[in-house]
Design a protein around this ligand. Sequence first.
Ligand code: SF4
Ligand code: SF4
Length: 88
Amino acid sequence: MAFVTGLTFGGQEWTPQFINSIDPAKCMGCGRCIKVCAQQVLGLAEFEDEDDMLRMVAEISNKDRCIGCQACSRTCAKRCISLEPKKI
Ligand code: SF4
Ligand code: SF4
């Protein structure tokens, strides 16, 4: 299976990992992923948890803008962001 790849400045090939999903049950709504994303892909949304409590969590609001940099996932202490390469 072939995936979209890019090149570093030095010409090395790398495979971007694009945002796929955010687990709202794990997310604590800290907003770090939203701040670190330079592409404005992420936002906050209300989520009703298993105790019927409403709280704010991160959501994917503009996936088409994602460049696959992985910064959001690296900054998330709760590891609730999953990424995937894009098939060609
Ligand atoms: S960094 Fe992780 S825990 Fe914080 S808002 Fe983003 S997804 Fe949720
Ligand atoms: S992979 Fe990069 S561009 Fe995509 S949502 Fe995460 S921080 Fe934003």
